[in-house]
Design a protein around this ligand. Structure first.
Ligand SMILES: Nc1ncnc2c1ncn2[C@@H]1O[C@H](COP(=O)(O)OP(=O)(O)O)[C@@H](O)[C@H]1O
Ligand SMILES: [Mg+2]
Length: 236
């Protein structure tokens, strides 16, 4: 398998707090990896470094052969916009836009004409089970619906890697599992790798591999945990 994303010996210090020290992780093309560990372990910091959103004090982060720790701002912006997708805990959709308009954004930013972007966004929202809510704003839909739209926004431009930080953290158990399954299926559909932070072991076990983060280090690879075969959704 081709390794697409690599962090090697990454260290990040905030003031006197060592958030990461010597953290290393490798993500293969198309692989879904869960970063698991207690609060304050350094999971979000590691995700930010992998996504080129935070430059570590030490170590290397390489995406598709490009060293993100030495890449310039234009190249980093291009990679984040075109090749990465992001889902956070919630509340990060644009509040004044409808779900569909939120999902259109990455396509419009990539220069895709309005009508094509609208069509693709709508088709994807239908595919992910929130077609009927597409004209509503994020504050007019449930948390689960908003997160499905956030997943759509993260994959609509067919990125190479999707980063998700506690994407189901604000949802109840049933909704969390539903959104998790949509995230995994949508990511697989576009052939993207997934790097997902969670502290929920049962959700983590749905990914291909679970990586344990503790005290700023990647301690333990729990192993290939493809415990549940998710049916592939048809391509939209
Ligand atoms: N921007 C920041 N400024 C200061 N300290 C931070 C910042 N971000 C994270 N930290 C600290 O770094 C450590 C790791 O944080 P984080 O990566 O958010 O952990 P996790 O996501 O596993 O809960 C924690 O001690 C946290 O308080
Ligand atoms: Mg966190």
């Amino acid at each position: 398998m081709t390794e697409l994303l690599i962090a090697d010996g990454v260290a990040v210090t905030f003031g006197v707090t060592a958030a990461l020290s010597g953290a290393s992780v490798r993500v293969a093309e198309g692989e879904a990896v869960a970063l698991i560990g207690p609060s304050g372990a350094g999971k979000s910091t590691l995700l930010l470094c992998l996504a080129g959103l935070l430059r570590p004090d030490e170590g290397i982060v390489r995406y598709d052969g490009i060293d993100l720790t030495s890449a310039g701002p234009d190249e980093l912006a291009r990679i984040r916009l075109r090749e990465f997708g992001f889902v956070f805990q919630g509340g990060d959709l644009m509040p004044e836009l409808s779900l569909a308009e939120n999902v259109e954004l990455p396509l419009r930013l990539a220069g895709i004409p309005r009508r094509d972007a609208q069509e693709r966004a709508e088709r994807l929202l239908v595919h992910l089970g929130v077609g009927e809510a597409r004209t509503r704003r994020p504050d007019e839909v449930s948390g689960g619906q908003a997160q499905r739209a956030a997943v759509a926004r993260a994959v609509v431009h067919e990125p190479a890697v999707v980063f998700a930080d506690e994407p189901t953290g604000a949802l109840d158990t049933d909704n969390a599992r539903g959104v998790m399954q949509v995230l995994l299926a949508a990511t697989r559909d576009v052939g993207a790798s997934l790097v997902m932070v969670t502290h929920d072991r049962s959700l983590a076990s749905l990914t291909d591999r679970v990586v344990e983060v503790h005290d700023g280090r990647v301690h333990d690879v729990v192993g290939d945990a493809a415990t549940e075969q998710l049916g592939r959704m048809p391509a939209w």
